[in-house]
Write a protein that binds this ligand. Structure first.
Ligand code: HPA
Length: 279
């Protein structure tokens, strides 16, 4: 048996000893958004540290647990804190939680993150819906033996961010009067921020925002046939601006400031997933 599959199955088995909750939507909360999980109708929670073999985040401000509950009528599993490649984990461990959530029943993955703005139409505090991504600067999470039950060896990435989910996000933002931009996200390994030359290179390649997560999770999810959508909170201009060095504190402060609007867009959108299903 494949080691990665064994690891995922083992985590699922341990979670199933604690809850029989079956989520439809998996939501990964990025910087600043963690509190969203405290505000939903909670049916249960499992700390990552209580799951043997599960990667636990080392980043300050990233809480480590799955929260199970309802947003509107939609059963969701929420990751309150994710692990990043720069923490030193194998890429297969970085996407293990995504695979676990799919194995628990989730068919939709909603990704959120903090990102640096590259495009001049973005400014700190903006929300940007992901339309596509560039993952070429990080290893593919699918490297290694393929698990045929999960997906095909060479999965297409022609439409990573689901068109229908994008339409719902766009409509929801408009209905709630939440300004929403759209663009392409590029993932770097981090943990260092980008140099000005790197930011210029990513701009030339067609990226609008840059971050240290998300793209590999989207690939693992698409490999398993999940429908994927994502929104970035633009916390800063990539590479810094006005000659001021960029700091994690600045990123966190803007993420916290934008959180109420971000939260509203995410929860209202997930509520619409259900409304659309019943149509
Ligand atoms: N670069 C990479 N990741 C980030 C940034 C950035 O400027 N801001 C928030 N996450």
């Amino acid at each position: 048996m494949n080691g990665i599959r064994e690891k995922v199955d083992n985590c699922v088995r341990q979670i199933r000893e604690k809850t029989d909750f079956v989520p439809e939507v998996a939501l990964i909360l990025g910087s600043g958004l963690g509190a969203l999980a405290d505000e939903i109708e909670v049916a249960g929670a499992v700390d990552y540290s209580d799951i043997d073999g599960f990667p636990v985040s080392t980043v300050a401000g990233h809480r480590g647990r799955f929260v199970f509950g309802y947003i509107g009528d939609v059963p969701v599993v929420i990751m309150q804190g994710r692990v990043h490649y720069y923490e030193g984990y194998d890429m297969s461990d970085v996407v293990l939680p995504t695979r676990v959530m799919k194995s628990l029943g989730a068919e939709i993955l909603f990704l959120t993150n903090a990102a640096g703005g590259i495009s001049s139409v973005l400014e700190p505090g903006d929300l940007m819906m992901l339309t596509d991504q560039i993952s070429s600067f990080v290893p593919s999470p699918l490297i290694g033996p393929n698990v045929g039950e999960w997906g095909t060896r060479f999965p297409s990435m022609d439409t990573i961010y689901d068109r229908e989910l994008r339409r719902i996000i766009r409509d929801t933002a408009e209905r709630c009067n939440i300004p929403l931009k759209e663009g392409v996200y590029v993932q770097t390994t981090g943990p260092n921020y980008e140099s000005p030359a790197e930011v210029r290179m990513y701009a030339m390649m067609g990226a609008h925002a840059v971050g240290m997560s998300t793209a590999v999770e989207a690939i693992a999810a698409r490999h398993m046939g999940m429908r994927v959508c994502g929104i970035s909170c633009v916390t800063n201009m990539a590479g810094g601006s006005d000659g001021e060095p960029l700091s994690h504190e600045e990123v966190s402060a803007v993420a916290d400031r934008t959180a109420p609007l971000f939260k509203k867009l995410v929860t209202e959108t997930i509520g619409q997933f259900q409304a659309n299903k019943n149509k």
